[in-house]
Design a protein around this ligand. Sequence first.
Ligand SMILES: [Zn+2]
Length: 406
Amino acid sequence: METYRAHIVTPHAAGGWADWVDGRLDVEGGVIRSAGPWRRAASYTDVRPHLMLPGLVDVHAHVPQLPVCGVHPENLLDWLQKWTFPLEARFRGARARTLSAGFIREMLGHGTTTAALYTSAWPDSVQACFDAAREAGIHAWIGPPLMDVGAYRTVTTRGVLAETRRLARLDSSRLRFAVTPRFALSCTMELLTGAGDLARELELPVQTHIAEQRDECRAVRRRFHRSYVEVYKRAGLIGPHSLFAHAIWLTDREWKRLSVSAIAHCPTSNLFLNSGVMDWWRAQSARVGLGSDVGAGPDLSIFRVARAAWTVHMMAGAPPAAGDLLRAATLGGAQALGFDDAGSLEAGKSADFILLDAARVIPPGAPEVESTDDLLSRILHRAGHSSIYQVYVAGRLLVDNATHKC
Ligand SMILES: [Zn+2]
């Protein structure tokens, strides 16, 4: 058994946050045995004063799109056609293997240990991403974006569905194969319905985009003669194991329909593509996690996403509390994905945790004792890539910046 002594900060599944300035975490076989205030131990690793938090959860990112991050902001549909699809079309073979491994490393470097990921539409990119995720030991949903309209590869609707059924064999408890219709405009009704049927038959989760931009919603109505939510409902895609990214342009009635599902809130991406602002308070009727939406998001930092969420909702008049946003960035995200053994530092969960360099989060001269709310606010507003000190997945140290700090 390994024992760590640190300043532990974690949400609890039962509600609220624990904040043990002098805390103890016991890990056995990659699983948290107990977490609480410090008690004497015969031997332990002392990482005080650093802050120990659960690994972050990114509920929406596109593995092939990392190379396009930060450039070419335009409207969604043009951006997809001009930059994203050509990039994804090349994401296969050795390139997919190399870039998938690099993506997972980059993600871990930002403190993310659980994620919902889109690969490219090529089947070998799915295998590449599963391999890289398994190697790291992370929790993930992984799925290829299903397309039979405007696709960057020649394939029939039946062909896509047959291929998806074959790839679904990769599904396991820690690495879920997600049925991933890209978005309504990339699919015929036949493909959407086939995807819904397959997910139900094989008990697989579903991830897709919804109501990201106004023009997109208008195009959906023109094509399908009904609202975005109604299209997905008819296809059988809305349920407790479904995750919808963006959810910006929705009516009250549509929000009600989505309340059984989970939402990926992606404010950095929404700012970049000028998509609009999701209604945080209406979204609380569903389970909400935070998504980097790389490549429309600038990087894989979930701290940056949480901060952007605070900023846009502050500008809209009502910012969520820091604790609520950091909960969405950890436990809320894990719950959105249905991973009961991730997202917080509690007994029985996977020992997925990060250490934040305390000196980079708490400025010199700050009070020695602070309320938990003040600490969470400092983490929300000051933590980022440069404050990641170490990252552990299932008790294994995978990122160690301890030696690079001055
Ligand atoms: Zn996306």
